[in-house]
Design a protein around this ligand. Sequence first.
Ligand code: GCO
Length: 476
Amino acid sequence: MPELPSAFFPPTSPASYTRTDFGSSFQWGVAAAAYQTEGAWNVGGKGPSIWDDFVHRRPRSVRGRATADVACDFYHRWPDDLDLLRALGIPNFRFSVAWSRILPQGVGAASKAGLDFYDRLVDGCLERGITPWPTLYHWDLPLALQQRGGWTNRSVVGWFTDYAQLVAARLGDRVRHWMVLNEPMVFTGAGHLLGLHAPGRRNLGAFLAAVHYAALAQADGGRALRACLPAAAQIGTTFSCSYLTPARPGLPRDEAATRRADALLNRLFVEPTLGLGYPVHDAPFLARLERYHQPGDEARLPFAFDFWGVQNYTREVVRFAPYVPLVWARLVGAASRRVPYTAMGWEVYPESLYHMLRQFAAYPDAPPLLVTENGAAFPDAMPQAGQLPDPARQAFLQACVGQVLRARREGIPVEGYFTWSFTDNFEWAEGYEPRFGLVHVDYATQQRTVKDSGRWYQQLLAGVPVGHAQAVGVAC
Ligand code: GCO
């Protein structure tokens, strides 16, 4: 067995642990998303989404001119993939519902085939003893709604809540755990300010409008679900976050830049749900969000979620930047070039997860936390004879899960951990090159091969102690 890279293990990560250390009610799972895995982009009456449009109309925006027209073909292969989940002993599966598969025009008549697909997927999970955790919006807005302004049109809030209720009415008798939005900071920022993701806009006004309407949709979406789901339903939403540290600690300009970046990247969508409003105090340009407010909005932004999904991959180092307007800050990467990086160019920094759990848990009214995404892309070899050693990913997960245990031991209410991702999949503007999966996908044949990191997870879930030094390699 290849040795696990020791550079990945901060001294604060326990050297080994077992599933029992987390308690019997801790939720273990894997996460995935519709556009990244399903394929079948125009099958079964599905309408196009902004991502279908983005990859086809602006192919150079995606590495390798890749599309997710087929992706992992999960739409057709889900029974086999769920069988594999069960074989690995993974009890919870987070996936997303593609809005335009259910409502090809975003609003109006629902597609029977689309609703049936998710109905079968939920039943397929339950039949195998796997708990389904759907997310309602993982970035694939129906194109028909984009043509009406998408997230920059205030009507999107009502379009979204109608869609949420439609899904809840169909699946709510069997699905107990729900997530409203996936990482609103990313789809508003990368999609409307940076132009890196669909719908490819680079416009401050569009970004601010999208932020405010997404924050309203987040809370109204929660209320819409609450209104039509059984009382036992758990309603959450997810937030992207990175632990931020100043490039030059102690230098007031960098410290202030770090606070502004924190307000924007980590707090923007969290604090409105608690009734704290937007973090304008630390990022004054956010006062411009008021332009999009209407009377009554203040009261609509809070919603008492049953849990928050914390999604963390790395930390960021922040430096004062006099030429970056509004936020006057930029992310500069770790000072030392000798620290390890993932294939996404993200610093390997497992303690980031612990720090973000602490930061979120520190809000007086914070609900319980679940890590709904965490993982890493590293270059993988091709599988040989059904095996694929991926010591870097395994080490990263070992260290990050250790940081979750560290948080729990300090009394931070973190109640679950979902790895991103079950299989390799379409990584947005990065195409298929970064591979995050516990399971390798050969895109030419759709063959799945469990990586050593997947076997490591299987062992952990089977109750076997896992540690820095432990070798893995049990067949499933
Ligand atoms: C996100 C998304 C996922 C990504 C993952 C790796 O966090 O960006 O939820 O869709 O694929 O995070 O970048």
